[in-house]
Design a protein around this ligand. Structure first.
Ligand code: ATP
Length: 307
C-alpha cells in the first residue's frame, strides 16, 4: 500500500511552546485517518505544516512524495482542506459558492458542472436554493467538506470538522466522510473519540506534541492494557458485585441490572475464580465474556483523560 503522508521527527517550537516534539506519522493511501488528541496537543499545527501554512522548526513531511516545505504548490494541488473555522460568502447559494471555488482552481465547463452537481448531492444540498447565510452549522460544514473536494484532491484534510455540531449534524458530516472511503485519503483531526470509532480505519493519538500511538483502530483497542470481563447472572447481581469487587485481581467493578462488569489485572485468575465464586453462592450464571476496550478506554489510558 502506498503512503499518502509521511511525517518524520516533526518539531515546531513557538517562543515558549514546543507545539510538536518529534512527530512521526505514516498515513496509508486510501485510509480514513483520525488524528486524535486533546485540546492543545498540536493537531492544528501539524495540519498547518502539512498545508505549507507554517514551517517546521526541524524534521519534515512528505505528501505523496512531495516535500511540504520545498514543494508547497505541488502539495497544495493534491490536497483539499477544510480549516477549523471556515469562511463563507453568506449571500451566495451552495451552488454559487462551489462554482466560485472551482473557478479559483481553474475548473470550468462541463467538468465544473458535473463536479458541482455531484458534490451538492454528496453534501445533501442539491436543490437547496437558500443562501449560505441562513444555513445551519451542519449545512455549512457539509458545504465546507464539498468545497474542499472541488479540485478532486487525492487527500482531504479536515481540522476538527465536527466539533461545533449537534449529533445529527455530526452524523451527516461523518456519513459524507465515510462515503469517500477507498476513493480519497482522508486525514482529520478531532478530539471526539466516537467520531474516530465511527468512520476511521487508522488512528494516531497525539499528546503534548508527541504521537503516543498510531495503529489501526482494532489494533489500538486490542492493545488497551486494561482487560475486562462481563458477567451476567439470572439474579442477585447486587450480591455478586461486592464479592467480585474485593477479589485481588479486580481493579474496578460496576453493576448494571443483572450485569456486572470488571476491569481485571489478571485475566486467567478472573476467568477461573468467577464461575467458582458464582457456583459457591448458588447464583445462576447466564454468560461470562471478555470485553474489548472502547477507543475511549484506550485513549484515557494513554493520555490520562485530558480530552
Ligand atoms: P485545539 O484542539 O485546541 O485546536 P490543537 O491540538 O489543534 O488544539 P494547536 O493549535 O496545534 O493544538 O496548538 C498546540 C500548542 O501550540 C498549544 O499550546 C498552542 O497554544 C500553541 N500554539 C499554536 N499556535 C501558536 C502560535 N501561532 N504561537 C504560539 N503558540 C501557538
Amino acid at each position: 500500500m502506498s503512503t499518502a503522508i509521511e511525517v518524520s521527527g516533526l518539531t515546531k517550537v513557538y517562543k515558549e511552546t514546543r507545539a510538536l516534539d518529534g512527530v512521526d506519522l505514516s498515513v496509508p493511501e486510501g485510509s480514513i485517518f483520525g488524528f486524535l488528541g486533546p485540546n492543545g496537543a498540536g493537531k492544528t499545527t501539524t495540519l498547518r505544516i502539512l498545508m505549507g501554512m507554517a514551517r517546521p522548526t526541524s524534521g519534515g513531511a512528505m505528501v505523496f512524495g512531495h516535500d511540504v516545505v520545498h514543494a508547497t504548490n505541488e502539495v497544495r494541488s493534491l490536497i483539499g482542506f477544510l480549516p477549523d473555522v471556515p469562511g463563507y460568502y453568506p449571500w451566495m447559494t451552495a451552488e454559487e459558492f462551489l462554482r466560485f471555488c472551482g473557478r479559483l482552481f481553474g475548473i470550468s465547463g462541463t467538468t465544473l458542472d458535473e463536479r458541482v452537481t455531484s458534490l451538492l448531492d454528496l453534501a445533501g444540498l442539491g436543490g437547496v436554493k437558500q443562501r449560505v447565510g441562513g444555513y445551519s452549522r451542519g449545512m455549512k460544514q457539509r458545504l465546507g467538506v464539498a468545497q474542499a473536494l472541488i479540485n478532486a484532491p487525492r487527500l482531504l484534510m479536515l481540522d476538527e470538522p465536527t466539533s461545533a455540531l449537534d449529533p445529527m449534524g455530526r452524523k451527516d458530516v461523518l456519513d459524507m466522510i465515510a462515503a469517500l472511503k477507498g476513493k480519497t485519503t482522508v486525514f482529520f483531526s478531532t478530539h471526539i473519540l466516537t467520531d474516530v470509532e465511527r468512520v476511521c480505519d487508522t488512528v494516531a493519538i497525539l499528546d503534548y506534541g508527541r504521537v503516543v500511538r498510531q495503529a489501526s483502530i482494532s489494533e489500538v483497542k486490542r492493545e488497551g492494557h486494561a482487560m475486562r470481563v462481563l458477567v451476567e447472572v439470572k439474579q442477585r447481581a447486587e450480591d455478586l458485585q461486592p464479592l467480585l469487587a474485593t477479589q485481588p485481581w479486580c481493579m474496578e467493578c460496576v453493576r448494571d441490572g443483572q450485569v456486572v462488569r470488571c476491569v481485571v489485572s489478571d485475566m486467567t485468575a478472573a476467568r477461573t475464580s468467577i464461575p467458582a465464586l458464582i457456583a459457591d453462592r448458588r447464583i445462576a450464571l447466564v454468560r461470562m465474556v471478555d470485553e474489548e476496550p472502547t477507543l475511549e478506554d484506550v485513549f484515557v489510558e494513554l493520555v490520562g483523560g485530558r480530552a
